[in-house]
Design a protein around this ligand. Structure first.
Ligand SMILES: C[S@@+](CC[C@H](N)C(=O)[O-])C[C@H]1O[C@@H](n2cnc3c(N)ncnc32)[C@H](O)[C@@H]1O
Ligand code: SF4
Length: 344
């Protein structure tokens, strides 16, 4: 069996590794040993798991492989941001973006090849849905970039809607935060979502990661014209759910708000947004729109964004303008398109 036909061990939780150990006739503690080789020592081949017997390694490698894959291409921005291209699903590649910033080094990971949410302003949405990444595909993005060991934060803000592939995202978070895995604090991880409600509730109940909600418009009709998902998952219901959780201590809630000239950037919009968020412990990130081809939308100018931010702050809502990174290599939020294997 070639490695391509084998099942990848990377991305497996300890429960799954225990099943594999049992299937291969290994003792239960071998699961911990495998996790250590995969996530701490970060080996590339089953044969490198030298504290497993030779026979166990042979049995294991009949059906399983480590499943790590280096990025197939990269592009570096003038601002130090690096975009990495990985094999995705359905013949589409996916991208992960490394963003160094003073004492932080953030990796923005993808959870799907493409996206089926169809937001009008997003390059990933425009390409449609091509497949879900596995937990292994997500963890591979973290482990296989050259800067892996220096990462301080992970944001699920790359391609795809994490709540539309929740099982894989939850497994990836388990691997990232468990003592047998990468042992990261959940405070170093942020998941961004448009807010599919049932899945969002599960994320909130089953993890302690930070959450970012893509709001982008203070009224339902305007949001629906930009994000078709508003019809199925109205922002009002999403915010209602969020009000049941505590974001005043360890866990943070951010509101993402892209600013478009003449569309959602007046002081009246700022007031409506403040009203909508009243009583919710959150901070608002104001994001410049990163232009995509053949779109009439354009970003707000700097003075409008500053005035909008100041009004929100006056109204008691903490707001900041997010610095755009990697725009020159199409690596900024919403610009990720991957590439079809047929593209040149
Ligand atoms: C690409 S999405 C991935 C995570 C999730 N699907 C979501 O929408 O929250 C990450 C963030 O980028 C934003 N975004 C999408 N297209 C953008 C664009 N053209 N310019 C700026 N931000 C954009 C999204 O609204 C979201 O807040
Ligand atoms: S903004 Fe997020 S949910 Fe909307 S199409 Fe892009 S990736 Fe999907």
């Amino acid at each position: 069996m070639t490695d391509d036909a084998k099942i990848s061990l990377t991305g497996m939780t300890i429960d799954r590794l225990q099943e594999v150990a049992a299937e291969c006739g290994m003792p239960r503690f071998a699961a911990r040993q495998m996790a250590d080789w995969l996530y701490v020592k970060r080996i590339a081949d089953v044969d490198d798991m030298t504290n497993l017997s030779k026979k166990a390694r042979e049995t294991l490698s009949r059906r399983y492989c480590v499943g790590r894959a280096a990025p197939k291409a990269s592009a570096r921005s003038v601002d130090g941001t690096v975009k990495y291209l990985f094999d995705g699903k359905g013949g589409r590649d996916v991208e992960a973006v490394y963003i160094p910033d003073r004492d932080r080094a953030t990796l923005c990971v993808s959870s799907q090849a493409g996206c089926r949410m169809g937001c009008k302003f997003c390059m990933t949405g425009r390409q449609g849905f091509h497949g879900n990444l596995t937990a292994g595909d997500i963890i591979n993005q973290v482990l296989s970039i050259p800067e892996s060991e220096s990462l301080t934060n992970i944001v699920f803000m790359g391609m795809g809607e994490p709540m539309d592939n929740l099982d894989a995202v939850l497994d990836a978070i388990t691997v990232l935060t468990s003592p047998w895995g990468l042992a990261w604090s959940p405070k170093r991880i942020t998941v961004s979502t448009i807010g599919k409600i049932t899945e969002l509730k599960r994320l909130l109940d089953e993890t302690k990661v930070h959450v970012a909600i893509s709001v982008h418009a203070p009224s339902a009709p305007l949001r629906e014209s930009l994000m078709p998902v508003e019809k199925a998952y109205p922002l009002k219901s999403v915010l209602e759910l969020l009000r049941h959780y505590d974001f005043s201590h360890q866990r943070r809630l951010s509101v993402e708000y892209i600013m478009w000239g003449g569309l959602n950037d007046t002081l009246r919009h700022a007031q409506s947004l403040a009203r909508l968020l009243k009583g919710l412990d959150c901070r608002v990130n104001l994001i410049r729109f990163h232009a995509i081809p053949d779109s009439d939308l354009h970003t707000s100018d700097d003075s409008t964004m500053t005035a909008f931010r100041d009004r929100l702050n006056e109204l008691g809502i903490t707001a900041t303008i997010r610095t755009s990174r990697g725009e020159d290599i199409a690596a900024a939020c919403g610009m990720l398109a991957g590439k079809s294997k047929n593209d040149s």
